[in-house]
Structure formats: structure tokens, C-alpha cells
Design a protein around this ligand. Structure first.
Ligand code: GLC
Length: 518
């Protein structure tokens, strides 16, 4: 493996959407002190690293992905000092914390953008992408006209509230307003992002999840120009902060890792590919998720893109599979409780650096509802964490119900940490057991080889990590045979029976065992 932050090899991440995790001051919204109060819980579950969604100053038109000031936290979460204390408290427990870096755009309320909107030339005139005059509005670009005194249209990167920072163009089609990605004005924009990174790294942050990492340079079809910018970031980290990590939301690991120098890239659903997609591949009312008990589909397609990315990035970086995130419909929407347990068995036994989204460890439900802070359909995956069935608002907050950021799950059987802690077969305790097994066995961690040794058309999958650590799945609702003997399991969901030197896997079963290949 290329030189990497030493802790990544054993890293096991937990993602926190700060709004909804734990409210320490009773104002109805989560905060840093709330997170600090739950560090022991996260550690005991076996996670050793956190990713926090953006917690910077923001008008929250896109849940904080519209940053107004990269150097200040949003007062609703506490102060910068509270966040530094969160870094310290995490480090004290042997845990790492990464922040979300949003390099492609700011909020339209960011001071840089306000300055850029002025007709007079100033330091921020070229910080964003503008056309040369308000009437110049070529087709095919997301341009906004007539919203500023400056004579020009500005380009968006995502929502209307998110003007694109200027990283130039690779193919220049309109030279009157497009500049090259090698232009010194682009360098200045990227230098500022490097300074943002330095600022937080100097204060104890351990790295960044990089939002829309592939979006920087425009007209960059092969992403070579965007990658060249990120290689500068990696060189800066290698020189100044060799223990800091970058994980990209790029969704193309060969490009993100091999070309751009990210340590990790998420395998996400954006391009309809991957392992994750296979958990909730619901089309026209038919659930074809590999882990859905009635699907009976081969894992081949599920694994194909993942295996290909794994193979192409070998020794250069890590592929990161997730249980879900703040943009995805929750896992439990497509899978029953057993299916969720089987999914976690895969997530936590694959190579690379896994990420679990808060609440997935108890099978929290997707609660469809009106959009909040630009969440739209994603809002249903962003509801408050369910800590305690006996406490007000399930232990998330002491505020009155109408003050809550989002309401908690009010159903009588809402999954809760308190109940699951005492139930040995709960999702929570399965996740805990898997994390422990992963932490205790090199073969289950980031680096060990993965070899798929069996993949049947009727749903059985078996892979080996390292020399002999085998993981077998039968996610279907029928018994299936596995052509290997299991002599004692290290971990089981479901059950199995020996049969003529092979094994009968009961419905919805996963087993981790030492494979005897003789
Ligand atoms: C990423 C984030 C998403 C956000 C978007 C724009 O995809 O995960 O939540 O809305 O970027 O920043």
C-alpha cells in the first residue's frame, strides 16, 4: 500500500448528521456537546472514527452544504472551541474526527460571493464563475442572470443557493468568460481551500470527507484537470499532515484514488452501480436487492463494480462502502431486520474503510415527510436519533415537540438504543459483534485480500478474506447449500447444518468461519 495515514488500515467510521444526533441544551437541535456526550456509546459499539456533516456557518438552504464561512461553526452547534473540544475528547478515546469539506460551491450568503457580485473589481471578482455580461447566457450551463449588480451571470454548482467557485475550465468553449484551470486565479481559489484544510487540521481535525469532489473544473469530461488540483491537495497533506485523510464523494474510485490522490472514495449509488445499490434496488415495486429475502438474485452484479474498483485501486487507496448516508433512503426501507443484519455482515467484513450512518445500527426507519433545509426526499433519512424509549423525544432532546429540528419516530415499536442494548440478537449487538471481530482480526480489516470463491445463481455468496477467513451468505427465504464444510463459526446470523462434507445454510443466514481448503 502507498504511504497512508497509519490509522486508516483499522478505521471504522460512524457518520453523524449533527442536527439530529443529540441535543444537549434543549433547543431542539443536535450540537457538539451532545455528540461529546455520546462518544462513549460510539466507541463501545466499536467505531473508531467519525465523519460530521458540515457544521459551518450557513443559512441551511442545503443542510449546511451551503457554507457561509469556512472558518466558523454554526452557532446552533456551539462554538469553534466546542468543536476543538470534541476533537480532543475523541482523541482521548483513540477516535478520529473528519469534517465535511465543501470545495465546489459556497452559500450565496458567503461574504466572498457578496463581494463577487459587486460591479467594482475586487479580490473576489474571479472567485466564482461569471459570464462577461448579463446577456451572455450560453445554453447548457446552469447560469443565473439578473440577481446582482455585476454585469454577468453566475454559474451554479448544485442548488440555486450554491454558486460555483471558480476552478476554471478544461475545454474552453467561450474564451470571453471561461478561464483555464491552470490560471493563477484558479490557483488562488484552490489555495484558499488548502488554507481551510490547514485551519481545521491545525486545531485537531483528522481529515475531510470531500463533497462533490469531481465537480471542480468545468468541461472536464475525463476529470483530468480536476484530478490535477486534488493531487496538489494530496501533496500538501503528504508534506504537512501525513496522518490526515481525504475521502471523496466522487463515486469512481480509479479516478478519485489513482488519478486524484484521494485516500478513499465512496462506492455510492449515483451511477446506479455497486454493492450498496443492491440493498435497495427497488424498481416498479419489485425488490431486487441482493439482501432482500424474496429476491433470490445472484450476488454477481452486486459485487461486480465493487470488485472491479477494488482491483483497479489496489495498493493505492481504499474503497468505502456505506450502510447509508444523509442523501440515501435508509437501509431498513428495503430490508427486513434480518436483511439489515446480513447487510452489516457484508459491510463490516469487506476490505477498505467502512462507514455506518447514525441510526442504521438500530435499523432506524425512513420517515417520509415534508422537506427540511433542502433535504426533499432525503429528509426522511435525517430524523433524530432514537436513544431511549422511556425519555422525552426518545432521548434526543428535552425541547417541546414543536421545537424539534424534525420530529422523532412516534411509532410504538420505534427502534431504540436502550431496548437494543439489552437484546443480544438486536441489530445493534450484531453490529457491535462484527466491529469487535473486525478489530481483532487483520484479515477482516482494510488491507487483506478479498477472494470471491462461490457465487450461485440462486443467491449464495461466499468470499474469503486473507488466507482463510470466510464469509458466506444465504439472504433468501429458502435453505441453500454451500459447497464447503463449516467447522465452527466465529459469527452467525441465522443458522446452518453440516451436510455430506458441505453445509446447508438456513434462510437469511450469514456465517463467518475459517475455511479449510483441503
Ligand atoms: C453532496 C451532499 C449533498 C449535498 C450536495 C451539494 O452530494 O452529500 O447532501 O446536497 O452534495 O453540496
Amino acid at each position: 500500500m502507498k504511504k497512508m495515514p497509519s490509522w486508516l488500515k483499522t478505521a471504522n467510521f460512524y457518520e453523524i448528521y449533527p442536527q439530529s444526533f443529540c441535543d444537549s441544551d434543549g433547543d431542539g437541535i443536535g450540537d457538539f456537546n451532545g455528540i461529546i456526550s455520546k462518544l462513549d456509546y460510539i466507541k463501545e459499539l466499536g467505531f473508531n472514527a467519525l465523519w460530521l456533516n458540515p457544521c459551518y456557518l450557513s443559512p441551511f438552504m442545503d443542510a449546511g452544504y451551503d457554507v457561509a464561512d469556512y472558518y466558523k461553526v454554526a452557532p446552533r452547534y456551539g462554538t469553534n472551541e466546542d468543536l476543538y473540544r470534541l476533537f480532543d475528547e475523541a482523541h482521548f478515546r483513540g477516535m478520529r474526527v473528519i469534517l465535511d469539506l465543501v470545495p465546489g460551491h459556497t452559500s450565496d450568503e458567503c461574504e466572498w460571493f457578496k463581494q463577487s457580485c459587486l460591479p467594482e473589481h475586487n479580490k473576489y471578482t474571479d472567485r466564482y464563475i461569471w459570464t462577461d455580461c448579463v446577456w451572455n447566457r450560453p445554453q447548457g450551463y446552469p447560469l443565473v442572470a439578473g440577481n446582482a449588480d455585476r454585469d454577468g451571470c453566475y454559474m451554479l454548482n448544485f442548488f440555486l443557493c450554491q454558486p460555483a467557485l471558480n476552478y476554471g475550465f478544461n475545454a474552453i468553449t467561450h474564451p470571453e468568460w471561461q478561464i483555464s484551470y491552470t490560471d493563477e486565479r484558479v490557483r488562488a481559489t484552490f489555495d484558499e481551500m488548502l488554507n481551510v484544510m490547514r485551519f481545521w487540521l491545525d486545531r485537531g481535525c483528522d481529515g475531510f470527507r470531500v463533497d462533490m469532489a469531481d465537480s471542480l473544473v468545468k468541461n472536464d469530461d475525463d476529470k483530468s484537470a480536476t484530478a490535477s488540483l486534488w493531487r496538489r491537495a494530496r501533496a500538501m497533506l503528504d508534506g504537512e499532515y501525513p496522518e490526515a485523510m481525504l475521502v471523496s464523494e466522487w463515486c469512481n474510485a480509479p479516478r478519485a484514488i489513482n488519478m486524484a490522490g484521494f485516500h478513499c472514495d465512496f462506492v455510492l449509488d449515483h451511477h446506479g452501480k455497486l454493492v450498496y445499490n443492491a440493498t435497495r434496488n427497488v424498481k416498479d415495486g419489485v425488490n431486487n436487492s441482493y439482501f432482500c429475502k424474496t429476491a433470490h438474485v445472484s450476488a454477481k452484479e452486486t459485487m461486480r463494480i465493487y470488485l472491479d474498483e477494488l482491483c483497479q485501486t489496489k495498493d493505492n487507496g481504499y474503497v468505502s462502502v456505506i450502510s447509508g448516508n444523509h442523501d440515501e433512503i435508509r437501509l431498513s426501507n428495503a430490508l427486513d431486520e434480518r436483511g439489515v443484519k446480513l447487510y452489516f455482515t457484508m459491510l463490516l467484513t469487506l476490505p477498505g474503510v467502512p462507514f455506518t450512518y447514525y441510526g442504521d445500527e438500530i435499523g432506524m426507519r425512513y420517515l417520509s415527510q415534508t422537506s427540511k433545509e433542502g433535504g426533499f426526499q432525503r429528509t426522511g433519512s435525517r430524523t433524530p436519533m432514537q436513544w431511549d424509549d422511556k425519555a422525552a423525544n426518545l432521548g434526543f432532546s428535552d425541547a417541546c415537540r414543536d421545537k424539534l429540528y424534525l420530529d422523532v419516530d412516534r411509532s410504538a415499536d420505534a427502534p431504540c438504543v436502550s431496548r437494543q442494548l439489552t437484546d443480544p440478537s438486536s441489530i445493534l449487538n450484531i453490529v457491535k459483534a462484527l466491529n469487535k471481530l473486525r478489530a481483532e482480526n487483520d484479515e477482516l480489516q482494510a488491507d487483506a485480500e478479498l477472494d470471491v470463491i462461490y457465487c450461485s445463481d440462486d443467491g449464495v455468496l461466499c468470499y474469503v478474506r486473507g488466507a482463510d477467513m470466510a464469509v458466506a451468505f444465504n439472504p433468501t427465504d429458502e435453505e441453500r447449500s454451500l459447497p464447503y464444510a463449516i467447522n465452527g463459526a466465529l459469527f452467525t446470523v441465522g443458522g446452518y447444518l453440516p451436510k455430506d462434507g458441505a453445509t446447508l445454510l438456513k434462510p437469511q443466514t450469514a456465517v463467518i468461519f475459517r475455511l479449510n481448503r483441503r
